[in-house]
Unconditional design. Structure first.
Length: 243
């Protein structure tokens, strides 16, 4: 299994839920963290905790519904002068549940695609050339298992588009040392998933980070986090490398 100690990891949506847990899990492996949230106050406590644990950490604010804000964040990350070797595009937005789905407004799609598709795509496009030039990198894009629910059309369509972008891009990465995969955390009791979800957020670890540690021959795959629940990271990576 890869040793990522000292590597820099960007986690979007790091202030709470699965993003916060993933950040802590990567820090436990000795990774340095770059945390994204809409306001750096949201990650201030987590940043302090991670630095106290012995790793380096920086926080940046960006509104993923505002693409110029995302691009500015990327400029600011570049200004750190560090190599980002791992990206966990964890952030997502389920804008609404439309019981009267025939009245779904256009903004559901516009906002959903900005946050769930365009923003992570821009982040991927920013870091992938640098990763391939160095001959190493891992990107894990967070998708969703929602299917056949027109009540969540904007969200599910945006995640389906992210799936397509990820798999298409992964097809070009063979032999580069870079791997780009997907993870589905499952339905968890987060702010997005709601209180009635069957799975605790902790059950998504190590599944949501397993793509950071897989071999570079594993590309364009989807890792269902609940399939790895209860495993050690080493066990999960061994399983993922054989998917």
């Amino acid at each position: 299994m890869l040793d990522l100690k000292g590597k820099w990891v960007l986690v979007t949506g790091a202030s709470r839920g699965i993003g916060r847990l993933a950040s802590k899990a990567m820090a436990d492996r000795g990774c340095n963290l770059i945390l994204q949230s809409r306001n750096t106050e949201h990650t201030a406590q987590l940043e302090e905790e991670l630095i106290a644990s012995g790793v380096k950490c920086h926080s940046f604010a960006a509104d993923l519904n505002d693409i110029p804000s995302v691009l500015k964040m990327l400029e600011n990350i570049d200004a750190l002068g560090v190599d980002v070797d791992v990206v966990l595009n964890n952030a997502g937005l389920q804008i609404a549940y439309r019981t009267d789905y025939y009245k779904t407004p256009a903004d559901d799609f516009a906002v959903s695609f900005n946050v769930n598709t365009v923003a992570p795509a821009m982040i991927c496009y920013h870091f992938l050339p640098k990763m391939t030039e160095r001959g190493f990198g891992r990107i894990v894009n967070t998708t969703s298992g929602i299917d056949k629910e027109p009540e969540q059309a904007g969200y599910s369509a945006a995640k389906a588009a992210l799936d397509k972008i990820t798999k298409d891009m992964a097809s070009r990465l063979g032999g580069t040392g870079v791997a780009m995969n997907l993870t589905d955390p499952g339905w968890c009791r987060t702010d997005l998933g709601g209180p009635n979800a069957p799975n605790a957020p902790e059950s998504a670890i190590p599944g949501v980070i397993v793509g950071a540690f897989v071999d570079d021959t594993v590309n364009g795959q989807i890792f269902h986090a609940q399939d790895f629940s209860g495993m050690t990271l080493e066990e999960a990576v061994a399983k993922a490398n054989n998917i």
